[in-house]
Structure formats: structure tokens, C-alpha cells
Design a protein around this ligand. Structure first.
Ligand SMILES: Cc1cc2nc3c(=O)[nH]c(=O)nc-3n(C[C@H](O)[C@H](O)[C@H](O)COP(=O)(O)OP(=O)(O)OC[C@H]3O[C@@H](n4cnc5c(N)ncnc54)[C@H](O)[C@@H]3O)c2cc1C
Length: 407
């Protein structure tokens, strides 16, 4: 197979996809504007689970967990198996959703059980007096997201991928001028034809001199930058970046990963002691200028929630913010937006844990497009995630992605 594929973005999704493409025989160049893992993947919490009620999510997440376990050995990052508890406090309507949620998860073969608070308190060092109910998923674990992403970039390089860090790119369409000024933005002829290049798709690699390179397919995995990158190329994508937060705390924590659905806070063991997070700010954020530090209100929320749930006193080591991407229906945008241009974003806070499962689909879609294999393209496409299911100009509310009701 002699096909050239560009992957744009060196986060968990991009580096995993690049390696998967190279393993399947494509010639791959990965372009990262800064450094590998400099985006959301380097700021994530690394919580991994297969506990999804929706059938498509469950399949992707289950496959991702399988791959995390296997790739940990192959690529050389640490994977820690750890149960995941979903706890709902008394008086929270979410408690009513737990039995059906658990039943649906179990129907997908996931090892998830509903547990009453007394039993939960016997199994784990958690405070359970104020709980209405809980569910425990055993097919869960955690990794250090930056370590994973760096290890997978190394795996990609070993498979033959050219990784070009410090190289921002823009997408070009057939109408673009060859002799644009160095560093100039790509003109935006009338959408939506700008990218309809019928392979080869095009990537402009500025590299100081606005070099144009042609590829048979392009995978755009630029996280929170994806809407602006595509907008510059005339494609409107229905996704909005928003800010979420996490912190690490000193002081050992021996409990399970726990999501207190009523408090909207999750926690897990961490080498410094404990990692906790959420602090979703449901308003659009600018990927260039957003505040990367954790807010005081967030630290105080976490302090209170963790004290209540785990009888643990938070002693902050570091608090930070990063970006997630929301979509109108909470599902990802994964697939072709124009011939040969495959996007992957809109993870609603769950992009890291599903990266290995989605990466395979992205690799297969890109190869199918480049080789003109319509059957393989259809097989690799996830209809529910088709990015063109929205016009791109929808206005919608940013909804926290971990809710019990949204699983
Ligand atoms: C605090 C926090 C905690 C989280 N916890 C979890 C969790 O526990 N589990 C989970 O599943 N998810 C979690 N997430 C979400 C997760 O981080 C993201 O869904 C995931 O990392 C997205 O990966 P990505 O590869 O799509 O994007 P990114 O990691 O953002 O990578 C995109 C890359 O593209 C590069 N780029 C952008 N524009 C260009 C350009 N023009 N040219 C070249 N390169 C470009 C960027 O520099 C960046 O490196 C968390 C997020 C945050 C902020």
C-alpha cells in the first residue's frame, strides 16, 4: 500500500491513530503545533472505564480498555487496574436512574453491579451514610495521560511515523493559491467545497515558508482547536471548547476511583496521593487564551466533596484547567467532513479513555478513503458520530458529560 496520510494533532487521539495507520501500512506524518501531549491529553485525569450504558459507547470503551491493557506492555506505560464507583446521594433524582443504567451496562457484558451504601462502606474506605445508592464497575483503571501519549508517540515513531513537533498546519482546498505569503492563513472560498478535494486532500505545512503538501487523507485530531482549524478551511463544526479542572493533593489515598455524581466530583489514587476533578465551566472557552490555572472555587468544592466522601483532607499540590469539547447531543464528531478529511473531536470529557478504540476506526476510515475502499469505509464509520449530522451553526447548552443520566 503506497498511501500518504497526515495526522494533525499530537494528543492521545492523534498519536494513537498515527501508530495504527503505520501498522496498517500507510506512510504517516504527524504534525503537532507545539509538543506531543501539550493539549488536553497532557492535562487529563487518566480515569479509564468501560461503564457506558449506550451500546456504541460501550463497544468503543470496552475495546479501548482491552487496548490500554495490552498497549501498556507493548508501548511501555503504566496501567493500574482500579474499581470505579458511581455514588449518588440521598435526595438526588439521579438515584432513580441507577438500576436501569446498571442493567444496560450489564447487557453489554460490563462487570457493573448496583451496591447499597452499607455494602459499599464495607468494601471500600468511603463515607456512605448520606448515599442513596451506588454502582461499582470493575473493568476500570487509570494511567498517567502524558505518559501514555508520549509512549504512544514513541510507538508511532517506531512504526515509521514521522512526528513533526513545533509544526502548526492549516487545511487547504483546491481553490487556494500556491503562492501565499509565509504564515498566511488559508483563504476560505465558498464552503463547503473548499475541502472537497476528492483525494488527495491537502495540508499546508507552514514550516516558516507556507509549504503545501498533498496527502491521500488527513486525520484532524486537534482537540479544542478543531472548530477554528476547520472554520479557516470553510467547514463549520458543531463543537464548543469549555474549561474543566483537576487537582492533585498530597497525602495517601487508598480508596477506589469514585465519582460522586451528586457533588459532580471524581477522585482517584495518584502518585502524589490523590487526584480529583471536574469543575466544569459550562461556557465557551478560547483555546488560545483560556486560564490554565485551577480556580479557588474549584479547589474549595473539591476539598468539601472529598472530605465528605472519603474523609480525606485535600492538601493541594497543583490545580489546573484544560479544555474539553461539547457537542449538541453529547456524542463525538468522528468521521469525514469532506472527502479524505476525517475529524475526531467532541469527546465531552471522555476522549482520553476512548482514544484507543476511536483511533482504530479513524485509521481504517482514512485508509479506506485513500484506497477508495467503500466497503471498508462503511465498516469503519460510526453513523451515530457522523460529524455532518449537524449543520455546525447550532446553538446549544454545554452539558457536563459524566452525568448518570447522560451515560
Ligand atoms: C482536567 C481534565 C481532566 C480530564 N480527564 C479525563 C479523563 O479522566 N478521562 C478521559 O477520557 N478524558 C479526560 N479529559 C478529556 C481528555 O483530556 C480529552 O478528551 C482528550 O485528551 C482529547 O485528546 P485529543 O488528542 O483529541 O486532543 P488534545 O490532547 O487536545 O490534542 C490536540 C493536539 O492538537 C494540537 N494542534 C492544535 N492545532 C493544531 C494545528 N493547527 N496544527 C498542528 N497541531 C495542532 C494541539 O497542540 C494538541 O497537542 C480530561 C480533560 C481535562 C481538561
Amino acid at each position: 500500500m503506497d498511501i500518504d496520510v497526515a495526522v494533525v494533532g499530537g494528543g492521545a487521539v492523534g498519536v494513537t491513530t498515527a501508530g495504527d495507520l503505520a501498522e496498517r501500512g500507510a506512510n504517516v506524518t504527524l504534525f503537532e503545533r507545539d509538543a506531543v501531549a501539550s493539549g488536553s491529553s497532557g492535562r487529563a485525569a487518566g480515569v479509564l472505564y468501560d461503564a457506558y450504558a449506550d451500546a456504541v459507547d460501550a463497544e468503543i470503551a470496552g475495546r479501548s480498555m482491552e487496548r490500554f491493557r495490552r498497549l501498556a506492555d507493548e508501548a511501555g506505560f503504566e496501567f493500574t487496574q482500579c474499581p470505579y464507583v458511581i455514588a449518588v446521594q440521598e435526595g438526588d433524582d439521579g438515584a432513580d436512574a441507577i438500576p436501569e443504567m446498571v442493567e444496560r451496562m450489564r447487557a453489554h457484558g460490563e462487570d457493573v453491579t448496583q451496591v447499597d451504601p452499607v455494602e459499599l462502606g464495607k468494601r471500600f474506605p468511603l463515607e456512605t451514610d448520606d448515599l442513596a445508592t451506588a454502582a461499582v464497575a470493575t473493568g476500570a483503571g487509570y494511567v498517567d495521560p502524558a505518559e501514555y501519549t508520549a509512549a504512544m508517540a514513541k510507538r508511532a515513531r517506531a512504526a515509521g511515523v514521522t512526528v513533526r513537533e513545533g509544526t502548526p498546519v492549516a487545511l487547504a482546498g483546491p481553490g487556494d493559491s500556491e503562492d501565499r505569503e509565509p504564515g498566511a492563513t488559508v483563504p476560505t472560498p465558498d464552503a463547503p467545497d473548499v475541502l472537497a478535494t476528492d483525494p488527495p486532500a491537502l495540508v499546508v505545512d507552514p514550516d516558516g515558508d507556507a509549504t503545501r503538501r498533498e496527502f491521500d487523507a488527513v486525520v484532524v485530531a486537534t482537540g479544542a482547536h478543531t472548530p477554528s482549524l476547520l472554520a479557516d478551511a470553510g467547514v463549520s463544526l458543531a463543537t464548543v471548547p469549555y474549561r474543566v479542572q483537576a487537582l492533585t493533593s498530597r497525602g495517601a489515598f487508598e480508596g477506589p476511583m469514585t465519582y460522586d455524581a451528586s457533588a459532580g466530583v471524581y477522585l482517584r489514587p495518584h502518585p502524589t496521593g490523590l487526584l480529583a476533578g471536574d469543575g466544569t465551566e459550562p461556557v465557551p472557552a478560547d483555546p488560545e487564551t483560556y486560564d490554565r490555572e485551577g480556580d479557588d472555587w474549584f479547589v474549595e468544592n473539591v476539598r468539601e466533596a472529598v472530605r465528605q466522601r472519603a474523609d480525606y483532607e485535600v492538601d493541594p499540590e497543583r490545580a489546573w484547567a484544560g479544555l474539553c469539547t461539547a457537542t449538541p447531543d453529547g456524542d463525538p464528531l468522528l468521521g469525514e467532513v469532506a472527502p479524505g478529511v476525517v475529524v475526531a473531536t467532541g469527546w465531552q470529557g471522555h476522549g482520553f479513555m476512548r482514544a484507543p478504540g476511536h483511533a482504530e476506526r479513524l485509521a481504517e476510515q482514512a485508509i479506506a478513503r485513500a484506497t477508495g475502499d467503500a466497503e471498508q469505509l462503511a465498516a469503519a464509520t460510526i453513523d451515530a458520530f457522523d460529524p455532518t449530522r449537524f449543520d455546525g451553526d447550532e446553538e446549544f447548552e454545554i452539558v457536563e458529560g459524566m452525568d448518570v443520566e447522560n451515560r
